[in-house]
Design a protein around this ligand. Structure first.
Ligand SMILES: Cc1ncc(COP(=O)(O)O)c(C=O)c1O
Length: 483
C-alpha cells in the first residue's frame, strides 16, 4: 500500500530483513518471504551489495515483461563440458519468483562492502604505488588516439577485446609467467572482479559447491555466492589451500585460489600443492580459477609457474588485472581461458556489455608495445620493495598481543598475527583514530568458519599505497597510539 500510494517513494531503501524482523518482533523468515513476494511482483529491487529499494513502478501491463527480462542470467553455452546449461528461454513469473527469492536471499547474505575509497592512506590494502604512474605518457597516448581515431575502431568491436591488446597480453604472459597462451585465449574484462564474476556466471549452477580459501578474498566469494554456489571455505596452511580438505568435499566443482600470494595471508603456494590441486581438478572434472592479482610483485626467489602454465588438461582459468600495476579505477583486466571456453565467455560478455570501452584498451596496447609497461612494472616493483622495507624497519616492536612480522617475499601487503579478536579490534580502532587504515584479519574469514575466533585475529597492512615519508609518519603515530 505504501508503495502504491507513494508514501514509500521509488528509490527508498528498505531496512535489512534482520533489522525489520527485530523492529516488528517477528521472525526473519516472515520478512524475507514478504520481501521475496514484493520482489517477485516488481515492487522492490535489490542492488548487488547495496540493499533493497522501492522500484520505479512500470505502467500496468508491463510488469511481467520487466520481471522476466531481469531473471535471464544465463544462456546455453553449447559446450559439452560442465559449463552452465541455464535455459535460454526466459522463465515465466512462477519460476521467476523462485529465482528472485534465491537471489534476494543471496544478496542479503553476501552484502559486499565497498573497498575504501578517497585519497590513499597508510596502510590501505589492495592498491599499488599509483602516485608513480606516468600520467604524462598516458595522457599523450590517449590524446594521440583521440586526435585521429581509426573510425573502424569506433564501431562495435570484438566482445573478447581489442585484438592487439590481447596479443600483447599473451606475449607478456608467455615471457613473464611461462604461460603458453595465445591471443585467442584472452578475454578482456573490467578488472579482475569481472573476470571472477564471469567465471561464476558461466561455470556455476545454483547449488553447485565452490571452494574458496578461508581466510580469503571475500569479493570473489560474493561473486560465486550470488551465482548460487554453496560456498566451502577451505583452510590455508604454509603451502597454500589444503587439498586434503578440498578432496573431502563431495560436490565441489570449482576452486578459487590466489597461488602466487594468498590473499590475505601472503602464503605462496608450493609446487607440490599446485600439482595436487591440478590433480584434484583433473580427477573431478573441476575448474580452478587462479587469481594472479599481484603476480608482478616478487622480491626474493624465482616466481613459481602459475597453475595455468602447469595445466595440461584445460582446467585452469587465469584471472589478471592491470589494477595493481597501473591503478584500480582503470578497471582493466583479462582472463586467460582454456580454448574451449573462450567463445562462451565472449558471448556472455557481449550480452552484458558488448565489449569494453575502446580507448583504454588501445592506449594500454600502445603503452605496452612502446615498452612503457615493462619499465613501469620495474619502477613499481622497486617502489613497493622500498615501501615494504620502510614498514618493516619502522614497525612498532613489543606491542602487547601483537606477533612477529612475517617475511614478505611477494605482493603489496603483509599480515601480522594478533593474540585475540578483542585485541585486533582495539588495535584497528586506535589506528583509525590516528588516521591509519588497517584491516582486521578476522574480516576475511567466512562467517560460519569453525576456526576459533581468536585464531582468526590479525592485522592486514598494505605497504605500497603511499610514499616512504607518509609510511614513517603513520608508524610514528601508531607507536604512540598503541603503547
Ligand atoms: C585477491 C584479489 N583479487 C582481485 C582484486 C581486484 O582486482 P580488480 O580491481 O582488478 O577487480 C583484488 C583487489 O584488491 C584482490 O585483492
Amino acid at each position: 500500500m505504501r508503495v502504491l500510494d507513494g508514501r514509500l517513494a521509488s528509490g527508498t531503501r528498505l531496512p535489512a530483513s534482520r533489522d525489520l524482523a527485530a523492529a516488528l518482533a517477528i521472525s526473519r523468515n516472515s520478512v524475507v518471504r514478504a520481501y521475496d513476494q514484493l520482489y517477485a511482483e516488481g515492487f522492490i529491487e535489490g542492488r548487488v551489495g547495496d540493499g533493497t529499494y522501492v522500484a520505479q513502478l512500470p505502467q500496468a501491463g508491463t510488469l511481467s515483461s520487466k520481471i522476466s527480462t531481469k531473471v535471464s542470467t544465463g544462456f546455453s553455452t553449447g559446450l559439452p563440458t560442465a559449463l552452465s546449461t541455464k535455459s535460454p528461454d526466459l522463465p515465466g513469473i512462477s519460476s521467476s519468483k523462485v529465482i528472485h527469492s534465491g537471489v534476494l536471499q543471496r544478496l542479503e547474505n553476501n552484502h559486499l562492502p565497498r573497498p575504501p575509497s578517497g585519497p590513499p592512506r597508510a596502510f590501505r590494502v589492495g592498491v599499488p604505488a599509483f602516485d608513480l604512474f606516468p600520467f604524462d605518457v598516458w595522457a599523450k597516448l590517449n590524446a594521440a588516439f583521440w586526435r585521429k581515431p581509426d573510425l573502424r575502431q569506433l564501431c562495435y568491436g570484438d566482445p573478447a577485446g581489442d585484438e592487439r591488446l590481447r596479443g600483447l597480453i599473451a606475449a607478456y604472459l608467455r615471457s613473464s609467467r611461462g604461460m603458453q597462451c595465445t591471443a585467442e585465449q584472452i578475454v578482456i574484462t573490467s578488472g579482475a572482479q569481472q573476470g571472477i564474476s564471469l567465471c561464476a556466471q558461466l561455470l556455476v549452477e545454483p547449488g553447485d559447491g565452490v571452494a574458496i580459501e578461508n581466510p580469503g578474498y571475500r569479493a570473489a566469494g560474493h561473486a560465486f555466492a550470488v551465482a548460487g554456489a554453496r560456498m566451502h571455505g577451505v583452510a590455508v596452511d604454509s603451502e597454500g589451500i589444503d587439498c586434503t580438505q578440498l578432496a573431502a568435499i563431495n560436490d565441489c566443482r570449482l576452486a578459487y585460489v590466489t597461488p602466487s600470494h594468498q590473499y590475505p595471508t601472503g602464503v605462496v603456494m608450493s609446487l607440490a600443492r599446485r600439482l595436487e590441486l591440478l590433480a584434484w581438478a583433473e580427477r573431478n572434472q573441476g575448474w580452478i580459477v587462479e587469481d594472479d592479482y599481484d603476480g608482478e610483485y616478487r622480491y626474493t626467489g624465482a616466481p613459481l609457474a602459475p597453475l595455468a602454465a602447469l595445466d595440461r588438461q584445460g582446467r585452469v582459468l587465469y584471472v589478471g588485472t592491470f589494477g595493481k600495476v597501473a591503478f584500480p579505477a582503470l578497471r582493466l583486466g583479462y582472463l586467460v581461458l582454456p580454448p574451449g571456453l573462450v567463445d562462451a565467455f565472449s558471448r556472455r560478455r557481449a550480452v552484458d556489455v558488448r565489449h569494453s570501452e575502446v580507448s583504454t584498451q588501445v592506449v594500454m596496447a600502445e603503452f605496452m608495445a612502446a615498452g612503457h609497461f615493462q619499465r613501469h612494472i620495474r619502477r613499481m616493483r622497486r617502489a613497493a620493495l622500498s615501501r615494504r622495507n620502510t614498514l618493516l624497519a619502522g614497525w612498532p616492536r613489543d606491542i602487547a598481543g601483537v606477533g612477529g612480522l612475517p617475511s614478505v617475499a611477494a605482493g603489496l601487503h603483509l599480515t601480522v598475527p594478533v593474540e585475540t579478536l578483542a585485541r585486533e579490534q582495539e588495535l584497528v580502532e586506535s589506528a583509525a583514530r590516528v588516521d591509519v587504515e588497517i584491516n582486521g584479519l578476522s574480516s576475511y574469514w567466512l562467517p560460519d568458519s569453525r576456526t576459533p575466533l581468536d585464531q582468526r585475529a590479525g592485522l592486514v597492512l598494505g605497504f605500497a599505497a603511499v610514499p616512504e615519508a607518509d609510511i614513517r609518519a603513520a608508524l610514528g603515530r601508531l607507536d604512540k597510539a598503541w603503547r
